[in-house]
Ligand binder design. Sequence first.
Ligand SMILES: [Mg+2]
Length: 305
Amino acid sequence: MKILLAEDDVITRRLLEVQLKNWGHEVVVCSDGAQAWEKLNADESPKLVVLDWMMPGMDGLTLSREIRKMETKPYTYIILLTARSSKEDIIEGLEAGADDYITKPFEPQELRVRIRAATRIVQLQEDLLKALEKFEFQASHDSLTGLWNRYSILSILHRELARGRREMTPVAIIMADVDHFKEINDTYGHLCGDEVLRQTATKFNLSVRPYDAVGRYGGEEFLLVLPSCNTHEALKVAHRLRSSFEDNKINSVEISPHVTLSFGVVTVNSNERKNIDDVINTADEALYKAKNLGRNRVEFGGEIH
Ligand SMILES: [Mg+2]
């Protein structure tokens, strides 16, 4: 594990460095508090720190308080090194934010077990954070396509409509639906159907701007939210998406069904609050108009003022 060691006394510092390295750790060595603070603010800073209490520049106690103010993720585990051993000193150190303390002169064995306990906690924190990130991703994304799920894309739409109102910028919504999807499933099987949805998601993601959001709204229905996008631009995006499917067949594992999509576009350009259901319904109506007029086309549902 990467450990930051801040100790001004050259002999103690060297001794600690050698021991930590012998136990297999990577050691970032600092000779004063200011240097340690700098290292802690750099990218990929160590999450386990051993700080001497008495140091020039910034002492271990001040440093501990500053680290706690940072609220870093994952948590930074602090071991304070001190020649002070009174109960009051220890309480002061722990109250400043240290997790543990070692009194000098220390026994290497004691240091070793305390470092071991600390690495376990830091590792556990990192694992928990990873699990949480994974969980958050799973809760907000569609597992098949990796796009935002219905709940998330509606939250994004809600947020962007509010932002558009505030900043007086238009927001475009594109509702897209794979044509004859049931027939694709019936003819080529559900695995192929799934592949069509995945490839559609990839095409959408490649075609939109980085700040646009693409979500899977329903079975074969997709919802795109395009912030700061006027009608002209939105229609251009929708036509580009439509023709990208017309030009390229989607290659699935065994067969290549010809896939087309229908699109319904609507833009919201208003400084008044609009009902999100009305916005969705207008886009949906435009989409169904595109379906009724023969599919593989874009229909505009109008601008909502
Ligand atoms: Mg010192």
